[in-house]
Design a protein around this ligand. Structure first.
Ligand code: AMP
Length: 291
């Protein structure tokens, strides 16, 4: 594995990796790598012979009251994990190299970026799409893999790629979960023992929604309410939103279909977590780590 910092060096390394028409895969991350990230690398590897992974904690996608400064960072551990996962090019650009004069031109996410996470975190998706576009411009991947864990983000990246005619195949990989169902997240390190126990309720809430869907319920609001009831029963959890969303627009679905996304965001103690499930697939479609 080559570890690269500079933009020009990364551009050259990616061009070399693509030479001889080898296809290049790309997994953008904010580091503090876990099995969810490594699964994205594995999914990329199934499709292409070479995989690049970037680690960049992007200040643009954090709100002023959010956790940019204390976001977990562990470059040494990340290097070891990326190497063992079969990453060919590990790119760790500096803040100065990415935004030498601060951000100027940014990507406007459009209506899809106003819903759910966009409403809860103003400016978040503009920050995400801006950095993804910049990363794509340097890496020029043939395939880019994103996690379903951030379903709205993946949908927005797809939208941007389509609207800007970018020659990138966007693949969305299933969510990797702990054995009890908690979706892996770099932010899970913030959870103390009590919060960790309660955090499992997010996936339980999603499972309750799926169970109602399988029982024949098709009213989106009723499915969201069934999920929400699980979270409202725990006073130490503050729900941001629970929604049964149309997979294209992320607006509330009146009539739920198999493709609809049941999405939840909640604060467990001081930690904000998100999770989601595709109703027709259920949590079984996700990857579960052994206990
Ligand atoms: P992050 O480092 O949190 O910005 O995430 C980088 C990529 O990893 C995004 O495409 C996420 O959707 C994906 N990801 C994060 N957590 C998981 C997970 N538990 N399972 C699968 N993919 C994930």
């Amino acid at each position: 594995m080559r570890v690269i910092e500079g933009l020009a060096a990364m551009r050259d390394a990616c061009a070399a990796a693509r030479r001889g028409s080898a296809r290049l895969g790309f997994v953008p991350t904010m580091g503090s790598l876990h099995a969810g990230h490594l699964h994205l690398v594995a999914v990329a590897r199934e499709r292409v012979p070479r995989v690049a992974l970037s680690i960049f904690v992007n200040p643009l996608q954090f709100g002023p009251a959010e956790d940019f400064a204390r976001y977990p960072r562990d470059a040494e551990r990340d290097r070891a994990l990326a190497g063992s996962a079969g990453v060919d090019l590990l790119w760790m650009p500096t803040l100065k190299a990415m935004y030498p004069e601060g951000p100027r031109v940014t990507v406007a996410p459009g209506p899809l970026g106003e819903e759910l996470e966009g409403a809860a975190r103003p400016g978040h998706f503009a920050g995400v799409l801006t950095v993804v576009l910049k990363l794509f411009a340097v890496v020029q991947p043939d395939v880019a893999v994103f996690g379903r864990k951030d379903a709205q983000q993946a949908a927005l990246v797809r939208r941007m790629v389509a609207d800007f005619d970018l020659p990138v195949d966007v693949v969305v990989a299933p969510t990797v979960r702990e054995s009890d169902g908690l979706a892996l997240s770099s932010r899970n390190v913030y959870l103390d023992a009590g919060a960790r126990r309660r955090a499992v309720l997010l996936s339980r809430a999603l499972a309750a929604g799926v169970a109602h869907f399988r029982g024949g319920e098709r009213r989106g609001a009723a499915l969201a309410a069934a999920a929400r009831a699980v979270l409202d029963a725990e006073p130490a959890i503050a729900v941001d939103y629970v929604a049964c969303a149309d997979p294209g627009t992320f607006t509330p679905a009146e009539r739920a279909t198999e493709a609809c996304v049941l999405a939840v965001a909640a604060r467990v103690g001081s930690t904000r977590l998100i999770d989601n499930v595709v109703l027709g697939e259920g949590l079984e479609a996700d990857v579960r780590l052994p206990g």
